[in-house]
Design a protein around this ligand. Sequence first.
Ligand code: SER
Length: 317
Amino acid sequence: MAKILITGANGQLGSELAAELRMIYGTENVITSDIAGSRHSSDGPHEYLDVLDLKAFEAMIKRHSVDQIYHLAALLSATAEKNIQLGWDLNVNGLLNVLNLSRDLKIRKVFWPSSIAVFGPDAQKILTPQNSPCNPATVYGISKVAGEQWCAYYHRKFGLDVRSVRYPGLIGYKSLPGGGTTDYAVDIYHKAIAGETFSCFLEEESALPMMYMSDAVKATIDLMNAPSEHLSVRTSYNISAMSFTPAEIARSIRKRVPGFSVEFDPDYRQEIAASWPDSIDDSSARTDWNWQQQYDLDAMTDEILDQLPLMIQRMNS
Ligand code: SER
């Protein structure tokens, strides 16, 4: 039976991925960890971990006989622009700790998330191919390009089975926005449900690749279950599900919440969004490990508008 450690597990992806992995592998076989938020969890084994503390990290892997790591601890794009040094330290040196410990302690499989942020203004904007130039304009993007190269290097040089996808913006309703440029599309549903006007920090027609959280969890698990010999990409796979602008998500919400209004007040995050692709070509992921999404924009909107009020009610009761 697998013994899995998730770092950064209190984040948007981590909390939903942990729940799914616990369903598959058993609660006790998935150890969640984070530096922020609660130090304890009633959902299963959970520990405090600073991934930059190599000794504590090593001790935790040994204590739990971990054989797979999902390394999610990172700063997102907008937060990293505000804290360049921590963005680099956490996103790159944290990953190097994972790669070195995984090599030395014979970890069987590692998952590490990359991002559409590896692409910069010189990449093809529409249906950006897998092998487009990666010349990012952000601290976050620089850290993800470096991370992808480190993953490919450790696979080539040490045979480490490290796997990765370039997530688009991930939209879920179970946790709050976490400092990403794409997180306006999380916040917008909260405002729609509260009956408030949403103030958008991106321009009305700024298109970005996006994905519903349950598809992101599915992609992660599908990739980790794929036979190693089928994987032709060891930097990170492009994956895509949908692409929309703030105007389009507002229209999708208005089908269910007719009076919903949005104002546009773009800030520094608009420049980040403008440097990223509008949409992604993910044919390598579809060919190599049969990637296929389940949700489009309206299906995601329907589910979030159904589920979010129930979740808020549960939290308040
Ligand atoms: N969702 C991320 C961000 O906006 C991009 O990978 O930072």
